[in-house]
Design a protein around this ligand. Structure first.
Ligand SMILES: Nc1ncnc2c1ncn2[C@@H]1O[C@H](COP(=O)(O)OP(=O)(O)OP(=O)(O)O)[C@@H](O)[C@H]1O
Ligand SMILES: [Mg+2]
Length: 259
């Protein structure tokens, strides 16, 4: 089991942000997470990374229950790409340094690096098509370029779990398709990391994402095979508006029905 979440809740003051959540991710599965703004997706990911703890319930990630394992060690086994990370990394050096900092899952590079680390960082940047950006200041990169650098950073440790929180935000359609195709390639490699992909757009759900978790108002609305969930009936119920869903080239396209 890669992620095992049992009946967790997360409360802040009088507010219940997550409640009664159950979710199990097995090795070999890749999951998509869908939910409207504020539904609790990023909060759930912060919990999986050990940045916040559940108020009630149990969580175990990569076979370790929280509290029984050094979280820093756990984080080294998880690759994480999110726009909140982009802000934290803002202004912290050249793109290559950012990729290298993935080795210790830290913001800056504090430890000794070896030649093999440099080789790995270079080859990841090459396979993600951002090698030419190596010596550019991270803050001068475009949104799409930054996302590639962040994915290279997340892969630096050869993670067992790769979490992508809205990686296509702010990308033009070409950059988006390129990034999706790179994600598809990662999923297709031998012994790939388990992928968790958060998005607002069902058309970004690649065929490799065989399962999806639908989150609504801090609760699991459904956790099922993506194919089962992508029906107009279930998505209309999820979104509280009547929707059309079309399937093309193994991907789904959603539009709101005019009334
Ligand atoms: N530290 C916090 N204290 C209080 N409320 C919080 C905290 N963190 C998140 N929230 C609230 O929890 C809810 C869920 O937030 P979260 O960031 O998980 O949503 P999300 O599903 O990732 O949304 P989006 O699609 O906009 O990224 C929001 O209403 C948010 O304001
Ligand atoms: Mg979010």
């Amino acid at each position: 089991m890669v992620i095992d979440i049992q009946n967790i809740s997360w409360e802040r003051g009088d507010e219940t942000i997550l409640s009664g959540m159950n979710w199990q991710v097995k090795r070999g599965e890749h999951w998509c997470l869908l939910g409207l703004n504020g539904s609790g997706k990023t909060t759930l990911l912060n919990m999986i990374n050990g940045y916040i703890w559940p108020t009630t319930g149990k969580i175990s990630v990569l076979g370790h229950a929280f509290g029984e394992y050094d979280l820093r060690e756990l984080r080294k086994r998880i690759g994480w790409v999110s726009t909140s990370l982009q802000q934290k990394l803002y202004g912290s050096g050249e793109a290559l340094q950012i990729v290298l900092s993935g080795k210790h899952s830290t913001i800056g590079v504090y430890d000794e690096l070896q030649e093999s680390d440099l080789d790995r960082a270079r080859s990841l940047m090459q396979s993600l098509g951002c090698e030419r950006l190596m010596n550019r200041a991270y803050q001068t990169l475009s949104q799409g370029e930054r996302q590639r650098v962040l994915i290279a950073r997340a892969l630096m440790n050869n993670p067992e779990l790769l979490i992508l929180d809205e990686p296509c935000t702010g990308l033009d359609i070409f950059a988006r398709e390129q990034l999706l195709s790179m994600i598809g390639t990662i999923a297709g490699e031998e012994n790939p990391p388990t992928l968790i992909y958060v998005t607002h757009h069902v058309e970004e759900i690649l065929p490799c994402f065989g399962h999806s978790l639908l989150i609504k108002q801090g609760k699991v609305f459904a956790a099922d095979r993506t194919e089962e969930l992508m029906s107009p009936e279930r998505m209309s119920e999820f979104l509280d508006v009547p929707v059309h869903i079309e399937r093309m080239n193994g991907r789904y396209w959603l539009s709101v029905k005019s009334t």
